[in-house]
Design a protein around this ligand. Structure first.
Ligand code: BTN
Length: 307
């Protein structure tokens, strides 16, 4: 099945038009600004209405958006306007998996986002149930650091999101609230050594129903959230932590990871491709590896709390 995205560039003029429409603008001004005909303006208005915008039209005064959907391609492009990492948005109403779309396009600096995923992927081949109301997105990054430093990227993403959502981190980067999972992160490295692409896939429980062991923002705070606001907070945090990481900020990020950790001090079982290890989790090493009290060090794996 082919999933058709709605593609928007963050510097697109229609993003500016949306912002003008939120303030209120005449059709004539908008036509001039966008360098299009009045009929094309009318078509743009219709398109926005089909996306869930409510637009007030007053004779002589023009158009004004009085209600915006809680997520739309233009809203997403608008919050990414000043982003250092995101230049283009691929927005899907429904998709198999945003990480899969990112992998197939193979282009960096793109944000793939979907309202629903049919084959959302979790770590270790698990399924990430992706019902309406959650946030499901993947960001593709160019190589920012030497490839052996990828564990740092994984941990940094966890810190950025835990900070934005006020959560704690279960190694390597599940974000928990009250011991339940509010966000899952799937970092993948694809492409070849010459041309690697880092895909950071993030699933956040916002207003969606959650499976056993999960929790949503709606459940925590007992109200509905505007997904665009959650996305904005998370992307701002993500960007600021990544800029710190590539600008020599790893020591500080590592310290913050330890402060936010739900795992250090616990007796854990870590299942990795090379074997299973048990012991007390005691530290995060300078290279991003998790250190167990018995001296074992692991860089990736599945973590279970044993007591
Ligand atoms: C995990 O905790 O196992 C990781 C879950 C990652 C889910 C996100 S949702 C957006 C992106 N697309 C996917 O298919 N997976 C990630």
């Amino acid at each position: 099945m082919a999933y058709r995205p709605y593609i928007v560039g963050v510097q697109e003029i229609s993003v500016e038009a949306l912002e003008l429409l939120k303030k209120g603008v005449s059709g004539e001004f908008l036509a001039k600004k966008l360098n299009i005909s009045r009929t094309a303006v009318w078509k743009f208005i219709k398109k926005l209405e089909s996306m869930g915008y409510v637009i007030e039209k007053k004779r002589g005064l023009g158009y004004k958006i009085v209600k915006s959907p809680d997520l739309s391609p233009y809203e997403v492009a608008s919050i990414c306007k000043n982003s250092k990492f995101i230049k283009e948005i691929y927005y899907y109403k429904v998709v198999d998996s945003t990480n899969q779309r990112a992998r197939e396009l193979g282009k960096s600096n793109v944000l793939f986002i979907a309202e629903r995923q049919l084959k959302g992927r979790g770590r270790y081949g698990r399924v990430w149930i992706s019902k309406e109301g959650g946030l499901y997105f993947s960001i593709t990054l160019p190589k920012l650091l030497p490839l052996e430093e990828v564990p740092k990227i994984t941990l940094t993403t966890g810190v950025a999101i835990a900070k934005a959502l006020n959560g704690r981190i279960k190694w390597p980067n599940d974000v928990l609230f009250g011991g339940k999972k509010i966000c899952g992160i799937l970092c993948e490295l694809v492409g070849d050594v010459e041309n690697p692409l880092i895909i950071v896939g993030i699933g956040i429980n916002v207003n969606n129903e959650t499976p056993e062991g999960g929790i949503s923002l709606r459940e925590i705070y007992n109200r509905e959230f505007r997904r665009i606001e959650v996305l904005n907070n998370v992307l701002e945090s993500f960007e600021s932590y990544y800029l710190r990481l590539i600008g020599d900020g790893w020591d500080e990020i590592r310290r913050e990871w330890k402060e936010l950790s739900d795992t250090l001090g616990k007796y854990v079982r870590i299942e990795t491709a090379r074997g299973t290890y048990e012991g007390y989790a005691v530290d995060i090493d300078l290279d991003g590896g998790l250190i167990l009290k018995n001296g074992v060090k692991v860089y990736s794996g599945d973590c279970f709390y044993l007591m």
